[in-house]
Design a protein around this ligand. Structure first.
Ligand code: AMP
Ligand code: ZN
Ligand code: FE
Ligand code: FE
Length: 309
């Protein structure tokens, strides 16, 4: 897909392959502020090139990329500041990890800011522990290597990339297997994260709006049932991410039905990470009506528009 010629002057021609006059909204992307491979400013350029008109930057547990993204906004692109918050829910005595997308919250609100900082601190501690476990078993990975790869929030993808560099595994994905740093693997260490109830309440208190990220993505691990999503809705959840690369068609269908029953908005997003994951920007998208409903429900921040003309 080519962008429409810049400046808006050139007339649109049928078949020119651009997104002229069309709205294309992608509400879930990552940059080097967490485990994405593209710097936030550069990501805004790629988003415009991909024909997006609205893009949300939702790095894991951080807003550190927002300033650079906003400063680099090309004409015609709107940035929705957000973050993807790591949290858990207790189900039948078992802890299940979840991701909640938070949009348009006040990033300076102290209670939520402090929890995001805590998650990041614990992530760093836990990554050091994974490196120690690997090194103790004779696998040559160092913290220096990992911290060089992580310019922001540290995650397992950074440890995985260091493992690839060290020749321990052929790909980042291979490192996520149960023999290595996949959940319950020998070199995996869990991370501290807030529970989902606290997370939803923090997002709301900071004026934000929340969307449950990839709720039924069974290929990523254990998922929750509709009962949990119903309780989350009562606790202030506004939407569910239905169209996500990790959802198959049956998961999408079930989730769409549940969202209709619970009056949740349904989003579609690429979860773009750069070339470490196959999906391109805009691979999935959100309708303008849903986007407007999310913006209307938030009071902590406004979408940021690029320069006009
Ligand atoms: P963490 O939050 O540090 O436990 O790392 C989990 C993150 O790793 C997820 O948010 C994904 O972005 C990424 N991830 C999970 N599985 C894989 C995989 N198989 N290959 C590459 N990245 C993955
Ligand atoms: Zn990620
Ligand atoms: Fe996620
Ligand atoms: Fe994500």
């Amino acid at each position: 897909m080519r962008p429409h010629p810049p400046g808006g002057e050139a007339p649109h021609r049928a078949g020119c392959g651009c997104q002229h006059g069309r709205v294309s909204i992608d509400l879930h992307t990552h940059s080097t502020a967490s485990d994405g491979l593209v710097e936030p400013g550069e990501l805004m350029g790629l988003a415009a090139e991909a024909g997006l008109t609205v893009v949300a930057l939702t790095d894991h547990d951080t807003t550190a990329g927002h300033g650079r993204a906003a400063a680099a906004l090309p004409p015609g692109l709107t940035l929705v500041p957000g973050a993807e918050i790591s949290c858990y829910v207790e189900v039948d005595g078992r802890s299940v990890s979840l991701h909640v997308l938070a949009y348009l919250f006040d990033a300076t609100e102290p209670a939520f800011a402090s929890v995001r900082a805590q998650i990041r601190e614990h992530r760093a501690t836990r990554a050091r522990q994974m490196v120690r476990l690997l090194a103790d078993a004779g696998h040559p990975v160092t913290w220096e290597q990992v911290s060089e790869l992580a310019a922001g929030t540290v995650g397992r993808p950074h440890v995985a990339a260091a493992m690839v560099e060290a020749g321990l595994v052929p790909t980042v994905s291979a490192a996520f297997s149960r023999e290595w740093i996949g959940a319950s693997g020998p070199y995996w260490v869990g991370k501290w994260q807030p529970d989902v109830w606290q997370t939803l309440s923090l997002i709301r208190a900071a004026g934000g709006v929340s969307v449950f990220a990839h709720p039924y993505a069974s290929r990523r691990g254990v998922t929750v049932g509709p009962d949990v999503i119903e309780r989350m809705t009562a606790a202030g959840l506004t939407g569910v991410e239905v169209d996500h690369p990790d959802h198959d068609s049956d998961e999408r269908r079930r989730l769409r039905g549940l969202a209709a029953d619970l009056d949740l908005v349904t989003t579609g997003s690429s979860d773009f990470h750069g070339s470490s994951k196959p999906q391109g920007l805009g691979a999935e998208s959100t309708s303008p009506a849903t986007y407007e409903r999310l913006v209307a429900a938030a009071s902590g921040a406004r979408p940021i528009t690029g320069p006009t003309g």
